[in-house]
Design a binder for this molecule. Structure first.
Ligand SMILES: [Zn+2]
Length: 287
């Protein structure tokens, strides 16, 4: 299991499931990320791309243990929720056992942050109890971006409606939701940073402690190939231009700096430092 220390803060990665993505001419995940184009970026192999050009992605949550707060960043797909992303089947993973094995049963989570309200970031907000969807983390405040919530509340797409119904609305109904600004300060060590583009209210999480710094990306970048080529956008960005501009700014800011980048969908080793490399950047993986 991947774990990192940033000053007084510990971050652990809980992988819910792997999501390999092969290139599809008709509906490409990232249009430019053809097997041939990926071959030009040798450092992506073997951790982030398979020999045949399949992109390796993970659906995972990050447990952040800071002084006085146990925060879970993004809650994956969840169990018992059939979703298009996973072939309309539902997962039955050991996610909660894995969390518990880190010394953190679900009752001990103080806060949940959803970087945005897509299907793979809100799933474990709730769990099925009988025929009800109840909050998985009954003692947590769930921090949800106000702008993000307002945007998706007005979205009537057939993919998003069930996500709101079973994974977001029950949190509001139970009184555990706090609508927050995109630069919300969580604790002296933890704060949100606006990274809009993939979705309008998308945020990343900044960790700063004892002079050390890390950024949990959320989906401001989905795959390390976008570090090499920040202009490569995923097909379902709400605003591709804004997403690209945001990614470029973020990478420029952290390049050659001692900042740990923790990729919300990056396959193991998941985190590293960014250095300039030709016209783009490169991830030097953390040990
Ligand atoms: Zn995602």
């Amino acid at each position: 299991m991947n774990r990192w220390t940033i000053g007084d803060v510990k971050v652990s990665c809980i992988v819910e499931t792997e999501l390999p993505i092969s290139y599809q001419e008709k509906y490409p995940f990232i249009r430019e990320a053809t097997p041939a184009a990926l071959k030009e970026i040798p450092w992506l192999y073997p951790n982030f791309v398979k020999a045949d050009g399949v992109l390796k992605l993970s659906i995972q949550a990050l447990l952040v243990e800071a002084p006085g707060v146990r925060l879970l960043v993004d809650t994956c797909i969840g169990n018992d929720k059939p979703r298009k992303l996973i072939g309309n089947e539902s997962l039955n993973s050991n996610f909660l056992d894995d969390l518990k094995s880190l010394g953190c049963p679900r009752e001990d989570i103080d806060m949940v942050v959803c970087t945005h309200l897509h299907v793979d970031h809100v799933g474990w907000n709730t769990m099925k109890v009988g025929d009800q969807w109840l909050p998985t983390f009954p003692n947590a405040r769930y921090l949800i971006g106000r702008k993000e919530y307002e945007y998706w509340s007005e979205d009537n797409s057939e993919d998003q409606i069930p996500v709101m119904e079973d994974s977001v609305s029950p949190i509001f109904a139970s009184g555990l939701a706090d609508l927050v600004d995109m630069d919300h300060v969580i604790s002296p060590e933890l704060r949100l940073m606006p990274t809009p583009g993939h979705t309008p209210g998308h945020v990343s999480v900044i960790i700063e402690s004892e002079g050390e710094k890390a950024i949990i990306t959320g989906d401001s970048m989905h795959h390390p190939c976008q570090i090499a080529n920040p202009h490569w956008a995923v097909s379902f960005d709400t605003d591709k231009k804004a997403a690209v501009s945001c990614r470029k700014t973020l990478l420029n800011d952290v390049a050659d700096q001692p900042v740990l980048i923790i990729g919300t969908h990056f396959a193991a080793p998941t985190a590293g430092k960014v250095v300039r490399d030709g016209p783009g950047f490169r991830l030097i993986s953390a040990d």
